[in-house]
Design a protein around this ligand. Structure first.
Ligand code: NAD
Ligand code: DAU
Length: 352
């Protein structure tokens, strides 16, 4: 069995679904069910006995220890985090609590469990920490993409908290010998993506006839990774990654936000034309910039390609088309997650 944390969130639920579609090894899924966690993402598993869900906090070391002792997983994959940069600007405390303090308690519980394993199980055990390219800070236009040896220069409360968690994971390996692996990936997109992030927000707003808000001049650049490709990378790192190593994961799709949103509008124009025949591009609106907004991220995914043979399967156009199709086919899911608390967030972030 493996234990995932945060497996009811966007990437975690995609990972759990992919994992159980590809093998029969059970998943113990620990998730606090914050606003971003949603059991509907996992509804297709129904009563599948290979999926054991537990609502709880990674910071609850006693609970984690009980779960580890009872289920004896061979690996722990840590997806749980507060993940939205804009929310970290409005209120950083939850980010410090989950991403730093929570990761610390999780590491301690895992270390105690791992220390007590028999030698063969101990040698096979893995702790895989899912992190972000944002820990490396912002790139100039002419600078090379982030590699695993790029300096940590986090700029937002979110990325600073993720950077701190990466350092804890590294230290638990070097000091205690905990067999860790860390992945730092770029911007994911795909099914079950909560519509606070750029791509699902714009799909949702486009269909609702609302503005598609681009911060500042819309020329910030991100690398976009289809979530299914990310899940494949994590499986590969878990299987064959070298202990204590970091692997950057990217989609080879560096785009400006304006390019992302115009491509999205073009796909929507083809798949769900507006009743008035005009393009969704007319809904694009430039709004106030994000404080401390990182200008550019780009990921050099050469190491995971060379060492583990992983490469993304989707192009940006194919992944985005699949994503738009998924949102068009799942209006109930979108309706469900954009109720009361979501509307409060949108009011706070975008005003009227
Ligand atoms: P998400 O916000 O969609 O989901 C996070 C999940 O963690 C939710 O289900 C939530 O309920 C759960 N959670 C939050 N706090 C918890 C706690 N204290 N204990 C247990 N569960 C808790 O996030 P995501 O986009 O799926 O991101 C998953 C991981 O990948 C995060 O660590 C994030 O930093 C990292 N990451 C995300 C992206 C991206 O583009 N989404 C890119 C790079 C890295
Ligand atoms: O790079 C990896 C990171 O990608 C992850 O670590 C984070 O968890 C994930 O949320 C994501 O962070 P970003 O801040 O890059 O994602 P977001 O979708 O919020 O924004 C993408 C870009 O679009 C960014 O430059 C900000 C911009 N943006 C975002 C929103 C929500 C807008 O212009 N308008 C918006 O309304």
């Amino acid at each position: 069995m493996i234990l995932t944390t945060g497996g009811a969130g966007f990437i975690g639920s995609n990972f759990v679904l992919d994992w159980l579609a590809g093998c029969d090894e059970p998943v113990l899924n620990l998730d606090k069910l914050s606003y971003a966690g949603n059991l509907h993402n996992l509804a297709s598993l129904g009563g599948d006995p290979r999926h054991v869900f537990v609502q709880g906090d990674i910071g609850d070391a006693a609970l984690v220890r009980r779960l580890l002792d009872a289920h004896r997983p061979r690996a722990v994959l840590n997806f749980a985090a507060e993940s939205h940069v804009d929310r970290s600007i409005h209120g950083p405390q939850d980010f410090i609590q989950t991403n730093i303090v929570g990761t610390f308690h999780l590491l301690e519980a895992v270390r105690a469990y791992w220390s007590g394993l028999a030698p063969a199980e101990k040698a096979a055990f893995r702790f895989l920490h899912v992190s972000t390219d944002e820990v490396y800070g912002s790139l100039g236009l002419d600078e090379p993409a982030f590699s695993e040896t790029s300096r940590y220069e986090p700029n937002s409360p979110y990325s600073a908290s993720k950077a701190a968690s990466d350092h804890l994971v590294r230290a638990w390996h070097h000091t205690y010998g905990l067999p860790v692996l860390t992945t730092n990936c770029s911007n994911n997109y795909g099914p079950w993506h909560f519509p606070e992030k750029l791509i699902p927000l714009c799909i949702h707003n486009a269909l609702a006839g609302k503005p598609l808000p681009l911060y500042g001049d819309g020329r910030q650049r991100r690398d976009w990774l289809y979530v299914g490709d990310h899940c494949a990378a994590i499986r590969r790192v878990l299987e064959a990654g070298r202990l204590g190593e970091v692997y950057n994961v990217g989609g080879c799709n560096e785009k400006t936000n304006l390019e992302v949103v115009t491509t999205l509008c073009d796909i929507l124009d083809a798949l769900r034309p507006r009743p008035d025949g005009r393009s969704y591009r007319t809904q694009i609106a430039f709004v106030a910039d994000r404080p401390g907004h990182d200008r550019r991220y780009a990921v050099d995914a050469g190491k995971i390609g060379r060492e583990l043979g992983w490469r993304p399967a989707e192009t940006f156009e194919s992944g985005l088309r699949k994503t738009v199709r998924w949102y068009l086919d799942h209006p109930d899911w979108v309706e469900n997650v954009t109720s009361g608390a979501y509307r409060e967030w949108v009011g706070k972030q975008y005003g009227a």
